[in-house]
Design a protein around this ligand. Sequence first.
Ligand code: HEM
Length: 432
Amino acid sequence: MPTENDARTRGTITPIVVYGFGITVAMWTVGYLCRLPLIMAPAPVLFAGLLVALLYGGYLAGKGTGSALSGALAGLLSSFLNLLILGSLLTHPDKTNQVEIRALYTVPGFLIAGAIFGYLGAIAGAKAHRPELVNDAFAGKLAKIAGAATLLLVIAGGLTTGAEAGMDVPDWPQSFGYNMFLYPLSRMTGGIYYEHAHRLFGTLVGLTVLVLGFLVLRREESRTARALALTVFIMVVIQGIMGGLRVTEDSIWLAIVHGVFGQIIFALIITVAAMTSATWRGDAPAREARSAKTDRILGWTMFGMCVLQIFLGAMLRHIEAALHPHITVATVLFFLGMVTGFRAWGLYGDLPPLRRSGLILIGLLVLQVTMGIVALAAAGATRGLSVRPVSDVLLTTIHQAIGALLLGISALLGVWSSRLLTPIAEETPTGE
Ligand code: HEM
């Protein structure tokens, strides 16, 4: 029987947009990983991965909306967004910025294929549709998708820095004089792949965050969430320009600030995801807690310390400076983080967002300290080599990605403490 949730989701394009972006991010992730110079998966593996992402995305669209048509439209939207990549396959190998004549039938065929596979996935998904389990927090879902895409972009940026490929594409907004969406895929090899794929992914994140901003402004009542979504969009625009200027000005300082800013953007996007989630929007009141203020302060102190640590880490990667401050702050962060994490986990077992975030914080801290020691040892062992070994690049990139996750989880602890906890009101003396 159709429910209130069905009534809210049917007939609106919002779920289609959200699932369409979800499918696209999943497909780009598969494509990015399969084409990494150190992986270079065979074409059948790449196509199988893309197909699975499309079918599964269609399945989720069908499951979430109960309609196979939603899957077809989400698949169509995804194919439309994928045209940003298809251009690099259809471009003329010898004529700059000219698309081959086969685009006339390839593009429509590509769009139709996206709709068909999305539809097929959604037929299966619609059978699993449980209206009572569906919520209409679509902005929250899109924010999670944007967060995942941004984390991958941070990793792609880390790999660009690690492979010392920051200047491998020497111009911007063009790429070697090409429109960046028409730069031939066959030429994206080695360092050029890392840098150029990072640019393309940046465009997808920009579009996702733009749509997220619209959705939050349209559907959310919270002023803070609306202001934050808008801020995130502006920050992403600045970030893109900063990335471009880092290239045109060949500025290492812009590269450092760009790296730090990107991770702050990631943390803010997942904060938007929390603020637009079904739990946040639910009507459960905040719980009175004696230590509410302390836990808020701990979360935001962790956030500030993580920003400082990420900055020191960027200095280390780019100009091999600040090793001692980085290790000192790591030690303070570890102990402060453990206190913050154990408090959230131990004191608020009945509040899943706090309990979970506390537990994740503890796990990430242990992982991060281990990775830091391993990365440092590996860097020492390979110092002096003319080419940085791949293992080194991977270690520092993973270390950087965990840093971004730590920043994000600290922000979540700060905002969830504000939403779920309230200080116990002081008892006023009666004067009797
Ligand atoms: C939302 C958009 C973006 C995010 C979140 C982002 C994030 C990042 C991150 C985290 C790094 C690693 C920095 C480090 O290792 O310290 C990076 C590197 C880089 N990014 Fe971006 N980026 C974005 C968009 C762009 C765009 C549009 C360009 C355009 C050219 C760009 C160009 C670069 C370059 C050249 C590097 C390598 C810097 C170097 O190693 O010198 N980025 N990015």
